[in-house]
Design a protein. Sequence first.
Length: 346
Amino acid sequence: EGLTQAGRWALALGDTREAGGCFRKALLLSGGTASPRLRRVCAFNLGAAYVETGKPKKGLEFLLQSQPLDGESGERLGDLYFNIGAAHEGLRDFPKALEHFGKAGGRDGAEQAGSRAGTRVQMGCCYLGMREPARAARCFLDAARSYAAAASPEAAAVALSRASGSMLQSRRFRAAEITGVLAQCRSLCESIPDAALRGKLYDDIGLGYSQLRVFSLAAESFEQALALCGAEPDRRREAALLQNLGAARNALRSFGAALRWHRRAAALHGALGNRRAQGQCFSNLAYACSRLGNHRAAAENYLHALQAFQDTGDVQGQWQACEGLGAACLHLGDPQKAVGHYKEAL
């Protein structure tokens, strides 16, 4: 019992190695007792710890040892089924995982809403693994409702975010349904104290609105996410946000406002060595310049984009950059160069 308690404390503190050691010793000691129930509990603890630390095969071995024998009463069977399901999910045996998650969910009457929600999230992940995003979306939506009932706005918002992504992937939901889910998620974000999580959710919401071509709300969401980047510095994420924000401003025809986002994104991607992404930013910047009538700046940035795409072997990017260069040269009164770039594009 002392080793079991120590293992649980270690898990709570994130020390998985210490927890595993305690649970292994506890299981060895339990073999010398006359209590089958105690051995099952110790096997369950060790199996669940293995699953949590990314070792599903070893975890499943001990979890199966913790099942009650025929005729014995089973305590906390919901937890056992859930962990067996998680082990099968880790082994990518999604049908078996769903079978056990279903058994865990079948005992929901005695469980808290948060536990039911966790099971639905795992089932959603299984359906995604099986490439059934529509069913995954429904699981995530169910989870969000349960998390809301359990007064867990952070978890509810994450579930809604995953639901919207699955809905977009499935193409079986109407745009109005998806925007409704995004709006719910956005509303919950206001009550989330964790700035890093809030920023990640605003980023996901912005991507969802972009796919739906609701660029005004996409740009607003990206700006909210960008404002929260300082809470947990992540330069790659910041660069992607700047790039997405610039693209949304282009789509809104706010080309003057887009210029600074494109420039910052190109500079940051360059500093991080993201050459292909930098090329995309130069291309977006060139487009904005051309729409503002600054064709010389457009040609210069298309050249930068072309070089970046050549460096990374991006053929489609090279074609787009050559086409843009051709158009810029025509506007600058150099049809000979324009023809040369159009030929490159061909």
